[in-house]
Design a protein around this ligand. Structure first.
Ligand code: SAH
Length: 384
């Protein structure tokens, strides 16, 4: 998961409004969702991207094979099996039966892979949305790789929750079992680059507008502001995929969300609100914020993992993942000092036009170590 960028394709749906009162969001249009989201997963090149992410692969591999006691003789549901890899590992670790559910035609490739690896008596590939399919029994384990950029983009965890509530035995275990989201102040040359890009786009608009006026006699200036807003959204407000170096993290990373996959609810992830503090290390320039996630494989309290495994997408010198980090840049970086305190507010919600994309409202109040207020800002970003 994570790199299924749909280029920001929007479904064109609008939130329901009845008599001026905001109603609940409209149901998801399945055809539009397929065109915007699922279709990318039906290509082997995209599955290959995920299968080539060593950090991701090693974490799931170790989680399964170092905790065989959760699999031997057990029933497993793989939500979104893709190429079938997690279902195959579950079977190789000793599962009695694995239901491998995949919404797209990738299910055909998964079936072929299962057969070619001699596991067709154990792994049953079912093509369909996990919300729609029916299983003949409840399962001991739900395994899934559902994480998107900054954990929640793609909103696939909703499907895992639905599968858990319908098909996991009361004693069952979730793989992964826990997930966390992190935010940290960063320095980055992206601020300058994106600001230059934006300035360049506006200079280009001014030339274009002058030319239209002189060649064709039409005054375009009324469109200058909307164009500026459009470009600001493109260059500044859209979170940038980045492979940050730990040295670019200039303050304490803060935990903005922690979740137990066994008990998490959709309403808990539809909107994530957090107020946290971070302390700046050293004299430097605050250029924005980096967001990332980690997940843990710890089993459940009554039936813990023998070996806890963690998959982290934190900035690292050595181990980049295909998720990278999401960078929310500031067009006007701020000089900060050792000990400056940042009060950070985050509200992450789903885009009204496409429930699989995210809007992140970030607010930040900076105080000097002495407590004197320094600067503050607030901006809405988009994870597309
Ligand atoms: N498990 C594979 C693929 C992960 S990508 C691996 O780890 O390599 C997520 C997969 O889940 C995609 O192939 C996508 O098509 C599928 N998927 C997402 N939502 C789904 C749903 N509601 N029902 C069935 N499959 C789903």
């Amino acid at each position: 998961m994570g790199s299924s960028s749909n280029g920001g394709a929007m479904s064109g749906r609008a939130p329901g409004t009845v008599g001026g009162v905001k109603s609940s969001p409209p149901p998801v249009d399945k055809e539009v969702d397929y065109a915007n989201y699922f279709c990318t997963y039906s290509f082997l090149y995209h599955q290959k991207d995920m299968l080539s992410d060593r950090v991701r692969m090693d974490a799931y591999y170790n989680a399964v094979f170092e905790n065989k006691h959760h699999f031997v003789g057990k029933t497993v549901l793989d939500v979104g099996t893709g190429s079938g890899i997690l279902a195959i590992w579950s079977a190789q670790a000793g599962a009695r039966k694995v239901y491998a559910v995949e919404a797209t035609t990738m299910a055909d490739h998964a079936r072929a892979l299962v057969k070619a690896n001699g596991l067709e008596d154990i792994v049953e590939v079912i093509q369909g949305s996990v919300e729609d399919i029916s299983l003949p029994e409840k399962v001991d384990v739900i395994i899934s790789e559902w994480m998107g950029y900054f954990l929640l983009r793609e909103s696939m965890f909703d499907s895992v929750i639905s599968a858990r509530d319908r098909w996991l035995k009361p004693t069952g275990v979730m793989y992964p079992s826990h997930a966390r989201m992190w935010l940290a102040p960063i320095k980055s040359t992206l601020s300058d680059r994106k600001k230059n890009d934006l300035d360049g786009a506006m200079a280009d608009w001014d030339n274009f507008s002058d030319e239209i006026k002189s060649y064709y006699g039409v005054d375009m200036s009324v469109l200058t502001k909307p164009f500026a807003q459009e470009q600001e959204k493109h260059y500044i407000q859209t979170a940038v995929w980045n492979d940050l170096n730990p040295l670019q993290v200039i303050g304490t990373p803060t935990l903005v969300k922690e979740m137990d996959c066994l008990t998490a609810t959709v309403s808990e992830i539809e909107e994530v609100r957090s107020n946290v503090t971070s302390v700046i290390n050293g004299h430097t320039t605050l250029c924005g914020f980096g967001g990332w996630f980690d997940v843990q494989f710890r089993g459940r309290k009554e039936d813990p993992a023998q070996q806890d495994i963690e998959l982290t997408t934190a900035p690292s010198e050595r181990h980049c993942t295909h998720w990278g980090q999401q960078v929310f840049i500031m067009s006007n970086p701020i000089n900060v000092e050792e000990g400056d305190n940042l009060n950070l507010g985050l509200v992450m919600s789903r885009s009204k036009e496409n429930h699989r994309l995210m809007e992140v409202e970030l607010s930040c109040e900076i105080k000097e170590a002495s407590g004197n207020p320094k600067e503050s800002f607030k901006k809405t970003y988009f994870i597309e």
